[in-house]
Write a new protein. Sequence first.
Length: 169
Amino acid sequence: MYKTILAPLDGSEYSECSLEHVRAIAKGCHASEVILLMVVEPPQQVYALSEDQLSEALETITKSSEKPRRAILRKALSKAKANAKKYIQNTAESLQKDGIDVRAVVVQGRPAEKILDYIKRNQVDIIIMSTHGRAGITRWVFGSVADKVARRSAVPVLIIPPMGCRQEE
């Protein structure tokens, strides 16, 4: 029934709560492929960077003719993409050990939009993803990628609430 499974991850323990379900459904449905998708959001402002990201980026500015702000953001994005590729590849390898055919994909942009765009451009039968367990005001402030995807997806979405991390409203 579900031959191609899309599992969006963000690198957090919360998002990894969906992986045991991905394993079970992939094996039970004899899925031909699991796609692990990670969306890297580019930093919009220099002040959004961590101290480590900022100091590393500052080292490269002296060697560049590029404007400092742009150089810092470009360096931070490059580092974020490299980290995402390493993370998603390691996660893919753990699923491959279970005999599951896995493809690891890293894209750049806004998570909900990129996930929805990916399913439009590729043959995906189901999305399996986890929530972060936010409720109330924190959900309103931070938004919910899982909620946006579930409301706008053309394919079924299985949303896994991470056990033990539900926050009270």
